[in-house]
Each structure stands twice: as structure tokens, then as C-alpha cells.
Design a protein around this ligand. Structure first.
Ligand SMILES: [Mg+2]
Length: 355
């Protein structure tokens, strides 16, 4: 049986590194990319700034308190996109199966190179890393393994400027000592509950009985155990995956009552949440669709305030939209109603995750 060869590439402190490269006066200094105003947010922090505890998505005011000597630089997304294009062009020399996760992060399936060109995965990763630095003057962290889960853990393992390969016969030895938070999908809340039963490392999680985990996490227990064992069958998806999920219901007669509509939306939100979980996504925007008899269809959307796959949160957002729409109307007649989500992400930032 042949195994897949997957690479995860993640540029190091990407926006901040581009700024330091373009402006030598910023090198070696704590750099925060983002708005410096009272309502500004740090989009990226250089490693020098991270030593002060500054993180991306942190309010700029807080970052300034933590790191008064830091330099704020406004974001130049055009510039970052141009560098990103350069990097993705290099990816194209190594694989036709590239899954871009953001401007500076991607999975590559290089199984063909390993098979046909008889190259070893570590050699391919090293060459890819060298090419990126030659072309851009920036460093990337490169992780290699036979699946996406492990490749991503590997790229994160020795960041910045990392080059880490997890051979298939060393997965357990590699994973077991890691803190459970290193596994994608284990956020602060899940970790807290696991700590509560004395599970701190991936090895401890792997050895915890499924019964115990099912009691705590229901149907997600199996997923946790699989992750702890380094199992991940997800493909590197090149085609744009469908970026929305929705459910709608058409009534045979008009509905006039908010609570009755909310009851229908509750079922739809359940189904949407289930499909998110089945497909491994979280959503950050909720949409409702309404059709009154005799009128065209309208949609209303709003942010959920973070990424979630919780039916309760999706319903709460949908209900707000419905009430906002219905609020000023004396009466209404709804023939079709739907709940949907967009802004889908497989791996939202922990800080952005709503359970
Ligand atoms: Mg990065």
C-alpha cells in the first residue's frame, strides 16, 4: 500500500515579515501590522513583537501596552497578495493539487512526485522551502507527513523556519508527548474538559476509553480519538469546495406567525449544524431567505461574531434576522423560509471559535 505525501506550508509571520523585508529599518524590531487607533486590531505581529505577548487579532491598544517599543505599520494587502502569488506559483511547480488556506498557507499533495520522480518527501519539502526563500527573501515553515492533520502539526512544530517530517512509523512517538491543544479542533473549552479528567497529552487522550469520551463529547468523541491516533483521511481539495450550506422549506399556504416560523428555522438550523459537522466546517455568517406570497425572495445576513457549528447560535442569529425583518410589519405572509451559513472554514483560529 502506498501512502500519500502531503506538505503543509505556512509562511512565518507573513505580513510582518514582508514589511521587515521591504523596510530594513524594521528588521529586528517588534513590528505590528494593523491599525494603531483605539479600535485597531493587530493583523500580524513579528516574532520580536510576539516575545512581548502580542498576537494577531489582539486589540491594538492592548498590544501597545504589552509592547510600548513596538512599531505599528498599516497593512498593505496588495503587497501581501503579490508575494502570495509568487509563493503559490512555486507551489505549482511541485504539485497540481494545492489547497490554499489563506494568502500564506496551503496544503500540497506531492504523492506523484514521490511516486514517479522517486524523490523522498523530505527532499521535496526542503527544495520547496529553499525555492520560497530564494524567490521572496522570506522564510516558510514546512511540515510533511502522509496526511493533512500531521503535516500541519509538523509545520507548526519547529516554527519559524521549520522543516519537519513525521514518518509514518513514528506518528505515535511524535504525537504522544504533545499537549492536546496541538491537535486541530481542540479549543480551550474542549481542552479544559479534558484537563478536568486528567488528560493533558495526546498520548493520554489516545489511551482514554471511548466510553469516557463519549460521555463528555457525544458523537465528537470518535473524532478526538482518531485525531489523537494521527488518523485523517481528508483529501487535499483543489476545486473550490461549496462555500455555503442551507436548508429551506416551502409551505403549501402562507404562514403569519413568528413563533411558527422560528420552530421551522430551529429544525433547519439543526440540519445546517449537522452538515457543518459532517463536512468538517465552521461558519461565521448566518443568512435567512424569505419569500412572501406575491413578492420576490429576500435574503438577510449577519455575522455570528466568530466561527461556529452550533445549531443554537445559528438559530439565534436567524431569529434575530427574522424579527428584524418582521418587526415593523403589521402583518406578513411567508411562503418560503430558509436558514443558511457562509464564511465556512475548516480550521478557524481558536480565538475565533464559538462552541
Ligand atoms: Mg503564516
Amino acid at each position: 500500500m502506498t501512502h500519500r505525501a502531503i506538505i503543509h506550508v505556512d509562511m512565518d509571520a507573513f505580513y510582518a515579515s514582508v514589511e521587515q523585508r521591504d523596510n530594513p529599518g524594521l528588521r529586528g524590531r517588534p513590528v505590528m501590522v494593523g491599525g494603531s487607533g483605539n479600535r485597531g486590531v493587530v493583523a500580524a505581529a513579528s516574532y520580536e513583537a510576539r516575545q512581548f505577548g502580542v498576537r494577531s487579532a489582539m486589540p491594538s491598544a492592548r498590544a501597545r501596552r504589552l509592547c510600548p517599543s513596538g512599531v505599528f505599520v498599516p497593512a498593505r494587502f496588495e503587497r501581501y497578495r503579490a508575494v502570495s502569488r509568487q509563493v503559490f506559483e512555486i507551489f505549482g511547480d511541485f504539485s497540481s493539487r494545492i489547497e490554499g488556506l489563506s494568502l500564506d498557507e496551503a496544503f500540497l499533495d506531492v504523492s506523484e512526485w514521490v511516486g514517479e520522480k522517486q524523490k523522498s518527501l523530505p527532499d521535496i519539502g526542503a527544495e520547496l522551502k529553499r525555492r520560497i526563500t530564494e524567490a521572496t527573501g522570506l522564510t516558510a515553515s514546512v511540515g510533511m507527513a502522509h496526511n493533512k492533520l500531521l503535516a500541519k502539526i509538523a509545520s507548526d512544530y519547529d516554527k519559524p523556519d521549520g522543516l519537519v517530517h513525521i514518518p509514518i512509523d513514528q506518528v505515535q512517538r511524535f504525537l504522544d508527548p504533545l499537549p492536546i491543544r496541538r491537535l486541530s479542533g481542540i479549543g480551550p473549552r474542549t481542552a479544559g474538559r479534558l484537563h478536568g479528567i486528567g488528560v493533558f497529552t495526546v498520548g493520554q487522550l489516545r489511551r482514554t476509553s471511548l466510553d469516557v469520551l463519549s460521555g463528555l463529547f457525544g458523537k465528537h468523541a470518535l473524532e478526538l480519538v482518531e485525531r489523537a491516533a494521527g488518523i485523517d483521511e481528508r483529501e487535499v481539495t483543489t476545486e473550490r469546495v461549496r462555500r455555503s450550506i442551507s436548508q429551506e422549506t416551502t409551505f403549501s399556504d402562507d404562514r403569519h406567525d413568528i413563533e411558527a416560523l422560528v420552530a421551522v428555522m430551529a429544525e433547519q438550523a439543526e440540519k445546517v449544524a449537522q452538515r457543518l459537522a459532517d463536512r468538517g466546517f465552521y461558519a461565521r455568517t448566518v443568512t435567512i431567505k424569505l419569500r412572501s406570497s406575491g413578492f420576490s425572495t429576500i435574503t438577510r445576513s449577519q455575522s455570528l461574531g466568530g466561527h461556529t457549528r452550533s445549531a443554537r447560535r445559528i438559530l439565534a442569529g436567524a431569529r434575530e434576522l427574522l424579527e428584524g425583518w418582521a418587526g415593523w410589519r403589521q402583518q406578513f405572509a411567508v411562503r418560503l423560509i430558509g436558514v443558511g451559513v457562509t464564511g465556512l472554514s475548516e480550521r478557524p483560529d481558536e480565538s475565533d471559535l464559538l462552541e
